[in-house]
Design a protein around this ligand. Structure first.
Ligand SMILES: Cc1cc2nc3c(=O)[nH]c(=O)nc-3n(C[C@H](O)[C@H](O)[C@H](O)COP(=O)(O)O)c2cc1C
Length: 448
């Protein structure tokens, strides 16, 4: 296929590789219609490519949304891993809230806007990304698939930029040369089952951020930060909501432990293996209790800044007050998150907190969100309420369980396809065109 044809095709069918079969069938007729064929310069090899995409999609056996992948993971993971990935704290009230709260916001579309070209790319911390969805840090990904974190990180590297977003990136922001280079952001957990260096070698071009837990052993923490810098990670994501771990009842019941063939790959000795045993409760909570520093305070942000030049993103902020404190302390960005509702039950959903944090921060730094993002309209709502980018945690684990790297790519493909469709149907052709008035809380209508 000529490069020109390929670019045109992708600009008209931006999410083609990710489309469910039914949609692909509909679009694959473009190359067969001679007038459209001329207009779009589609060649027969384009049609062949389309057919190949259809065959690829058929391997997914009708998995068309993130819930389908969730169901697959729930049917195929063993109980120890499934409960660890799935669970929230306490009664799991906030876990449900993270999802359902998105439904409390309504989208107000604009009609008769030219959306023949839609671009969902954006920029975070000065880096261009092909869609405003990144991968949140989730621990121990090799329980889901042998390739674990390396596979997830590779997807973020290979994730394609559409022809239109390539133009945007080059024209408006002057960064990134080739389509496909933009990718998205992958955040590696401190508690990963692949090391900082392994992931870096597996996905050298991915925009990688490192999620940091601070250990009581500060020398060990400092060495870890140095390794992260040396391996080319571009930011530190300091998790500020975990002096201890929340009570996840299933993990206590299961006496959760990391399977013995895996280790926490960033460490050696006890720091690597202590989670392969349970002393009677959840092995991960026992690990955290004995090794993480529960005395962490705002002063420690200064300490962290003194040992690294990397930008520091604070993850786990849930109030305007803490957001302002974080920005004053020198944070480069705020990630609004309730840790996937795994810490303290009855916290608000992340989407409920977002407007207050965005307002308090007042544009001084970028604000991101994770927690319960499961479809394109969720992403759109978060962007309209002021998030620069959203992240997903569990959905990447579901994709990984399904088919490793390909499965995670499918998850991102679906989200991108859904977001592009949302853009088209709301009259937005780029992230810059999303206006705050396009999303309102449902109470707006109840007052009318
Ligand atoms: C299985 C699992 C492991 C997680 N591990 C970490 C971690 O190591 N560090 C961290 O800061 N957050 C961790 N989180 C929280 C995620 O980074 C993220 O905040 C959350 O998953 C987002 O919600 P979602 O799963 O609904 O997308 C974990 C979440 C899950 C589900």
């Amino acid at each position: 296929m000529r490069e020109q044809d390929s670019n045109l095709l992708h600009s008209h069918l931006p999410s083609l590789p990710s489309m469910p079969r039914a949609c692909l069938k509909r679009h694959s007729t473009i190359g067969l219609n001679s007038s459209r064929k001329e207009k779009n310069h589609c060649s027969w090899s384009t049609v062949n490519d389309l057919i190949l995409h259809i065959e690829d999609m058929s391997a997914n056996k009708g998995l068309v949304c993130l819930q389908d992948y969730e169901q697959y993971a729930h049917q195929n993971l063993d109980k120890n891993a499934l409960d660890y990935y799935r669970s929230g704290a306490g009664d799991e009230y906030s876990l449900e809230l993270n999802r359902t709260s998105f439904k409390s916001y309504r989208i107000r579309p604009c009609c008769l806007v030219d959306v023949s070209s839609v671009d969902v790319s954006t920029q975070v911390l000065g880096t261009c990304v092909s869609l405003p969805v990144g991968i949140s840090p989730t621990a121990m990904q090799r329980m889901a698939h042998p390739d674990g974190e390396c596979a997830t990180a590779r997807v973020s590297d290979k994730y394609p930029t559409t022809a239109t977003s390539k133009v945007m990136c080059n024209k408006d922001w002057g960064v990134f040369a080739a389509a496909g280079d933009a990718g998205t952001v992958f955040i590696l957990s401190t508690l990963s089952t692949s090391s900082v260096e392994e992931v870096s070698a597996a996905a050298p071009h991915t925009t990688k951020w490192f999620q940091l837990y601070i250990y009581k052993d500060r020398e060990l923490t400092e060495k870890l930060v140095k390794r992260v810098e040396d391996a080319g990670y571009q930011a530190l994501v300091l998790t500020v909501d975990a002096p201890v771990f929340g009570i996840r009842r299933s993990d206590v019941r299961n006496k959760f432990k990391l399977p013995p063939h895996l280790t926490l790959a960033n460490f050696k000795g006890l720091h690597a293996t202590d989670v392969t045993e349970s002393k009677g409760g959840s092995g991960i909570n026992e690990y955290v209790l004995s090794l993480f520093d529960p005395a962490l305070s705002w002063e420690d942000i200064n300490w962290l800044k003194s040992i690294t030049k990397l930008p520091i993103i604070l993850k786990g902020i849930l109030t305007a007050q803490d957001a302002v404190r974080g920005v004053d302390a020198g944070a480069a960005a705020i990630l609004v998150s309730n840790h996937g509702a795994r810490q303290i039950d009855s916290t608000p959903a992340s989407i409920e907190v977002l407007p207050e944090v965005v307002k308090a921060v007042g544009g001084r730094v970028e604000v991101y969100l994770d927690g319960g993002v499961r479809q394109g309209t969720d992403i759109f709502k978060a962007l309209a309420l002021g998030a620069k980018m959203v992240f997903v945690g569990r959905p990447a684990l579901w994709g990984l369980t399904h088919s490793g790297q390909q499965g995670v790519k499918n998850i991102l493909d679906i989200l991108k396809w859904e977001l592009e469709t949302t853009f088209s149907l709301t009259g937005c052709n780029s992230v810059q065109n999303i206006r705050p008035c396009m999303v309102v809380h449902k109470s707006f209508y109840h007052k009318l």
